[in-house]
Design a protein around this ligand. Sequence first.
Ligand code: HXC
Length: 261
Amino acid sequence: MSYEHIRVETRGAVGLVTLDRPEAMNALCDGLLREVSAAVRAFAADDGVGAVVLTGGDEVFAAGADIKEMQGRPFVDLFLGDFPNSHQEVWVTLEQCRKPVIAAVAGYALGGGCELAMACDFILAAETAKFGQPEVKIGALPGAGGTQRLTRLVGKSKAMEMCLTGRLMDAAEAERVGLVSRVLPVERLLDEALAVAGRIAELSRPAVFMAKEAVKVADETTLQEGLRFERRLFEAAFATADCAEGMAAFAGKRKPAFRNR
Ligand code: HXC
């Protein structure tokens, strides 16, 4: 498939998606979001790929939904289209993707850009990264998880302040409050994201899928239900050949040879 707004490649067992609309600071037009969705779906279905990295490159992650494209859309069209969910199914795609997706964020991740990064499994940030939900400044509010995911990630006070004022959060603050997992110099960001994704891709895929599924459940259920879910998956892991291989390899002081079985 050929893409207009993104670049898609594989680096070993890692799928790499790069947003590529520099003239609009990678603003998330419908076409771009459809392409990201298609690329992630293709990687999800590709047995040769074990993890995905989503980046905007060294300059900017994404400055949000494409305001010029959204401008003037009638309410009833948005409502009937369940915008942005059904119209730009990338949000659903990321929610359903079982392979880990890492966001590598440099520069602005604003509005839908911040929401896109948060829809990934974790965020590695460059020192230049700036996160924000500035929709209130254009008379709107976050529409793709900004009020929900940000609040779960950083707590009510920070999320309220960001959504109500549009204040941006720099990389150091984002790491301090848990929005991002690590901060790196911009020139090392992509290499490190690819290296982390590569290490995940080498692991047992059933174990990785189970771990991701269990962590995601933490956002959706009570502690007791989540612990029960985790325990059942932990027990289930013992049914895989990879779990037997991993433990035998540890005991035998050798590298495991996982077969994703
Ligand atoms: C469309 C955008 C854009 C956007 C930047 N551009 N952001 N176009 N939609 N969100 C375009 C500008 O129009 C300009 O094009 C070019 O990119 C460079 O932008 P400048 O503003 O000239 O750059 P700079 O002065 O460096 O300022 C950067 C910025 C600013 C701080 C990121 O562009 C900005 O505030 N952008 C809007 C951020 C925002 O409000 N995002 C939330 C959108 S709503 P031209 O052609 O003029 O050179 C949203 C809702 C999500 O995301 C809903 C779910 C999908």
